[in-house]
Design a protein around this ligand. Structure first.
Ligand code: PMT
Length: 221
Protein backbone atom coordinates (compact mmCIF):
# COMPACT_ATOMS: atom_id res chain seq x y z
CA UNK A 1 0.00 0.00 0.00
CA UNK A 2 1.01 3.62 -0.50
CA UNK A 3 2.65 5.60 2.31
CA UNK A 4 1.01 8.42 4.26
CA UNK A 5 0.86 10.56 1.10
CA UNK A 6 -2.47 12.10 2.16
CA UNK A 7 -1.16 13.30 5.54
CA UNK A 8 -2.42 16.80 6.30
CA UNK A 9 -5.22 16.46 3.77
CA UNK A 10 -8.95 16.45 4.52
CA UNK A 11 -11.13 14.36 2.24
CA UNK A 12 -14.90 14.01 2.13
CA UNK A 13 -16.39 10.74 0.87
CA UNK A 14 -20.07 9.92 0.39
CA UNK A 15 -21.27 6.31 0.54
CA UNK A 16 -24.45 4.29 0.36
CA UNK A 17 -27.78 5.01 -1.25
CA UNK A 18 -30.35 7.68 -0.49
CA UNK A 19 -33.91 6.76 0.48
CA UNK A 20 -36.73 9.05 -0.51
CA UNK A 21 -39.74 8.51 1.76
CA UNK A 22 -43.29 8.09 0.45
CA UNK A 23 -44.89 7.64 3.87
CA UNK A 24 -43.63 6.67 7.35
CA UNK A 25 -42.96 3.06 6.26
CA UNK A 26 -42.03 3.21 2.54
CA UNK A 27 -39.33 4.78 0.41
CA UNK A 28 -37.80 4.84 -3.08
CA UNK A 29 -34.24 3.56 -2.83
CA UNK A 30 -31.45 1.77 -4.65
CA UNK A 31 -29.15 -1.22 -4.18
CA UNK A 32 -26.04 0.54 -2.91
CA UNK A 33 -24.53 -1.09 0.19
CA UNK A 34 -21.92 1.59 0.87
CA UNK A 35 -19.00 -0.85 0.49
CA UNK A 36 -17.21 1.15 -2.23
CA UNK A 37 -17.50 4.38 -0.24
CA UNK A 38 -16.31 2.72 2.98
CA UNK A 39 -13.33 1.26 1.10
CA UNK A 40 -12.47 4.80 -0.05
CA UNK A 41 -12.78 6.12 3.51
CA UNK A 42 -10.65 3.33 5.03
CA UNK A 43 -7.88 3.60 2.43
CA UNK A 44 -7.73 7.42 2.69
CA UNK A 45 -7.43 7.17 6.48
CA UNK A 46 -4.67 4.56 6.10
CA UNK A 47 -2.83 7.01 3.80
CA UNK A 48 -2.92 9.69 6.50
CA UNK A 49 -5.93 11.79 5.50
CA UNK A 50 -8.51 13.22 7.85
CA UNK A 51 -11.70 11.66 6.52
CA UNK A 52 -15.32 12.77 6.73
CA UNK A 53 -17.56 9.91 5.60
CA UNK A 54 -21.14 10.85 4.77
CA UNK A 55 -23.06 7.60 4.95
CA UNK A 56 -26.54 7.18 3.51
CA UNK A 57 -28.40 4.16 4.89
CA UNK A 58 -25.42 1.85 5.24
CA UNK A 59 -25.49 -1.01 7.71
CA UNK A 60 -21.77 -1.09 8.37
CA UNK A 61 -19.94 -0.02 11.55
CA UNK A 62 -18.03 3.27 11.51
CA UNK A 63 -14.49 2.75 10.17
CA UNK A 64 -11.82 3.47 12.78
CA UNK A 65 -10.40 6.99 12.77
CA UNK A 66 -13.05 8.39 10.41
CA UNK A 67 -15.69 11.05 11.19
CA UNK A 68 -19.03 9.62 10.12
CA UNK A 69 -22.14 11.69 9.36
CA UNK A 70 -25.29 9.63 8.81
CA UNK A 71 -27.97 10.83 6.42
CA UNK A 72 -31.14 9.44 4.81
CA UNK A 73 -32.32 11.46 1.83
CA UNK A 74 -30.58 13.24 -1.06
CA UNK A 75 -31.49 16.61 0.46
CA UNK A 76 -29.82 15.61 3.76
CA UNK A 77 -26.80 14.26 1.88
CA UNK A 78 -26.46 17.59 0.07
CA UNK A 79 -26.57 19.53 3.38
CA UNK A 80 -23.87 17.31 4.89
CA UNK A 81 -21.61 17.50 1.81
CA UNK A 82 -21.96 21.28 1.53
CA UNK A 83 -21.15 21.63 5.24
CA UNK A 84 -17.97 19.52 5.00
CA UNK A 85 -16.75 20.63 1.54
CA UNK A 86 -15.37 24.13 2.32
CA UNK A 87 -12.59 22.56 4.35
CA UNK A 88 -11.87 19.63 1.99
CA UNK A 89 -8.93 19.05 -0.36
CA UNK A 90 -10.98 16.42 -2.20
CA UNK A 91 -14.61 15.37 -2.38
CA UNK A 92 -15.45 11.87 -3.67
CA UNK A 93 -19.10 11.11 -4.38
CA UNK A 94 -19.46 7.32 -4.28
CA UNK A 95 -23.02 7.47 -2.96
CA UNK A 96 -25.90 6.48 -5.20
CA UNK A 97 -28.11 9.55 -5.03
CA UNK A 98 -31.77 9.46 -6.11
CA UNK A 99 -32.31 11.82 -9.03
CA UNK A 100 -35.99 12.17 -8.06
CA UNK A 101 -38.06 12.09 -4.90
CA UNK A 102 -41.81 11.74 -4.35
CA UNK A 103 -43.51 15.14 -4.67
CA UNK A 104 -45.75 14.31 -1.69
CA UNK A 105 -44.99 12.76 1.66
CA UNK A 106 -47.98 11.11 3.34
CA UNK A 107 -47.72 11.60 7.11
CA UNK A 108 -49.84 8.46 7.62
CA UNK A 109 -49.30 5.07 5.95
CA UNK A 110 -50.82 5.00 2.45
CA UNK A 111 -53.75 2.53 2.47
CA UNK A 112 -55.29 0.50 -0.32
CA UNK A 113 -58.96 1.20 -0.84
CA UNK A 114 -61.32 -1.56 -2.04
CA UNK A 115 -62.19 -1.25 -5.70
CA UNK A 116 -59.93 1.76 -6.28
CA UNK A 117 -56.87 1.99 -8.49
CA UNK A 118 -53.67 3.15 -6.73
CA UNK A 119 -52.71 6.82 -6.96
CA UNK A 120 -49.76 7.45 -9.31
CA UNK A 121 -46.52 8.50 -7.62
CA UNK A 122 -45.52 11.96 -8.80
CA UNK A 123 -41.78 12.69 -8.67
CA UNK A 124 -39.80 15.93 -8.50
CA UNK A 125 -36.11 16.44 -9.21
CA UNK A 126 -33.49 16.25 -6.46
CA UNK A 127 -30.52 18.66 -6.48
CA UNK A 128 -27.42 17.40 -8.31
CA UNK A 129 -24.87 17.56 -5.51
CA UNK A 130 -21.83 16.56 -7.57
CA UNK A 131 -22.52 19.16 -10.29
CA UNK A 132 -23.06 21.82 -7.62
CA UNK A 133 -19.80 21.23 -5.72
CA UNK A 134 -17.83 20.91 -8.98
CA UNK A 135 -19.24 24.22 -10.23
CA UNK A 136 -18.83 26.24 -7.03
CA UNK A 137 -15.46 24.97 -5.81
CA UNK A 138 -15.35 25.68 -2.11
CA UNK A 139 -11.54 25.89 -2.32
CA UNK A 140 -9.03 26.58 -5.06
CA UNK A 141 -7.44 23.35 -6.31
CA UNK A 142 -10.07 21.16 -4.66
CA UNK A 143 -10.32 17.82 -6.48
CA UNK A 144 -13.89 16.66 -7.16
CA UNK A 145 -14.50 13.00 -8.04
CA UNK A 146 -17.76 11.42 -9.18
CA UNK A 147 -18.81 7.84 -9.73
CA UNK A 148 -21.06 6.78 -12.60
CA UNK A 149 -23.23 3.71 -12.35
CA UNK A 150 -24.08 2.65 -15.89
CA UNK A 151 -25.91 -0.37 -17.28
CA UNK A 152 -25.06 0.11 -20.97
CA UNK A 153 -22.78 2.14 -23.30
CA UNK A 154 -20.64 2.53 -20.20
CA UNK A 155 -17.75 4.58 -21.63
CA UNK A 156 -19.76 6.83 -23.96
CA UNK A 157 -22.21 7.64 -21.17
CA UNK A 158 -19.30 8.18 -18.78
CA UNK A 159 -17.62 10.77 -21.00
CA UNK A 160 -20.85 12.70 -21.42
CA UNK A 161 -21.48 12.57 -17.66
CA UNK A 162 -17.94 13.81 -16.86
CA UNK A 163 -18.53 16.91 -18.98
CA UNK A 164 -22.05 17.49 -17.72
CA UNK A 165 -21.06 17.19 -14.04
CA UNK A 166 -17.84 19.21 -14.39
CA UNK A 167 -15.82 17.00 -12.04
CA UNK A 168 -12.06 16.29 -12.34
CA UNK A 169 -12.36 12.50 -12.29
CA UNK A 170 -15.25 10.16 -12.97
CA UNK A 171 -15.08 6.50 -11.94
CA UNK A 172 -17.27 4.64 -14.39
CA UNK A 173 -18.47 1.23 -13.19
CA UNK A 174 -21.00 -1.11 -14.72
CA UNK A 175 -23.86 -2.10 -12.45
CA UNK A 176 -26.65 -4.66 -12.51
CA UNK A 177 -29.00 -6.25 -9.99
CA UNK A 178 -26.17 -8.31 -8.56
CA UNK A 179 -23.22 -6.62 -10.23
CA UNK A 180 -21.11 -4.12 -8.25
CA UNK A 181 -23.95 -3.23 -5.85
CA UNK A 182 -23.28 -5.02 -2.58
CA UNK A 183 -20.38 -7.02 -3.98
CA UNK A 184 -16.86 -7.05 -2.52
CA UNK A 185 -15.42 -6.35 -5.97
CA UNK A 186 -15.57 -3.75 -8.66
CA UNK A 187 -14.11 -3.03 -12.08
CA UNK A 188 -13.97 0.44 -13.60
CA UNK A 189 -12.43 2.99 -15.89
CA UNK A 190 -11.44 6.30 -14.30
CA UNK A 191 -11.94 9.16 -16.76
CA UNK A 192 -10.06 12.42 -16.23
CA UNK A 193 -11.21 15.88 -17.32
CA UNK A 194 -7.70 16.11 -18.84
CA UNK A 195 -8.63 13.29 -21.25
CA UNK A 196 -6.87 10.55 -19.28
CA UNK A 197 -8.35 7.07 -19.02
CA UNK A 198 -7.25 4.65 -16.30
CA UNK A 199 -8.67 1.13 -16.56
CA UNK A 200 -8.96 -0.69 -13.23
CA UNK A 201 -9.22 -4.48 -13.56
CA UNK A 202 -11.73 -6.58 -11.61
CA UNK A 203 -10.62 -6.75 -7.96
CA UNK A 204 -11.44 -5.75 -4.39
CA UNK A 205 -13.14 -2.37 -3.87
CA UNK A 206 -10.05 -1.34 -1.84
CA UNK A 207 -7.85 -1.73 -4.93
CA UNK A 208 -10.05 0.65 -6.91
CA UNK A 209 -10.06 3.03 -3.93
CA UNK A 210 -6.23 3.08 -3.83
CA UNK A 211 -6.11 4.01 -7.53
CA UNK A 212 -8.64 6.80 -6.99
CA UNK A 213 -6.42 8.24 -4.20
CA UNK A 214 -3.32 7.89 -6.43
CA UNK A 215 -5.07 9.99 -9.11
CA UNK A 216 -6.39 12.49 -6.54
CA UNK A 217 -2.91 12.76 -4.98
CA UNK A 218 -1.34 13.55 -8.38
CA UNK A 219 -3.84 16.37 -8.85
CA UNK A 220 -3.27 17.77 -5.36
CA UNK A 221 0.51 18.04 -5.63
O1 PMT B 1 -22.29 0.88 -2.41
P1 PMT B 1 -21.83 -0.35 -3.18
O2 PMT B 1 -22.77 -1.51 -3.01
O3 PMT B 1 -20.40 -0.70 -2.87
O4 PMT B 1 -21.89 0.01 -4.76
C1 PMT B 1 -21.05 1.00 -5.27
C2 PMT B 1 -21.76 1.92 -6.27
C3 PMT B 1 -22.18 1.13 -7.49
C4 PMT B 1 -22.98 2.58 -5.63
C5 PMT B 1 -20.71 3.02 -6.64
O5 PMT B 1 -19.54 2.43 -7.15
C6 PMT B 1 -21.28 4.03 -7.65
O6 PMT B 1 -21.26 3.86 -8.85
N1 PMT B 1 -21.81 5.18 -7.10
C7 PMT B 1 -22.49 6.23 -7.89
C8 PMT B 1 -23.90 5.80 -8.15
C9 PMT B 1 -24.68 6.87 -8.86
O7 PMT B 1 -25.51 7.52 -8.27
O8 PMT B 1 -24.35 7.08 -10.11
P2 PMT B 1 -25.06 8.15 -11.08
O9 PMT B 1 -24.52 7.83 -12.42
O10 PMT B 1 -26.55 8.13 -10.89
O11 PMT B 1 -24.53 9.56 -10.57
C10 PMT B 1 -23.31 10.11 -11.01
C11 PMT B 1 -22.62 10.90 -9.91
O12 PMT B 1 -23.42 12.03 -9.53
C12 PMT B 1 -22.34 10.13 -8.63
O13 PMT B 1 -21.08 10.55 -8.14
C13 PMT B 1 -23.47 10.57 -7.68
O14 PMT B 1 -23.03 10.54 -6.33
C14 PMT B 1 -23.70 12.01 -8.15
N2 PMT B 1 -25.09 12.49 -7.99
C15 PMT B 1 -26.13 11.87 -8.65
C16 PMT B 1 -27.41 12.37 -8.57
C17 PMT B 1 -27.64 13.52 -7.76
N3 PMT B 1 -28.87 14.03 -7.64
N4 PMT B 1 -26.61 14.10 -7.11
C18 PMT B 1 -25.36 13.62 -7.22
O15 PMT B 1 -24.42 14.17 -6.63
Amino acid sequence: AAGPDLAGRHVVVSAGGTREPLDPVRFLGNRSSGKQGYALARTAAARGARVTLIAANTGMPDPAGVDVVRVGTAVQLREAVLKAAPDADAVVMAAAVADFRPAQYATGKIKKKDGEEPEPIVLVRNPDILAEIAKDRAREGQVVVGFAAETDDVLANGRTKLRRKGCDLLVVNEVGESRTFGSEENEAVVLGADGSETPVPHGPKEALAEIVWDLVGQRLS
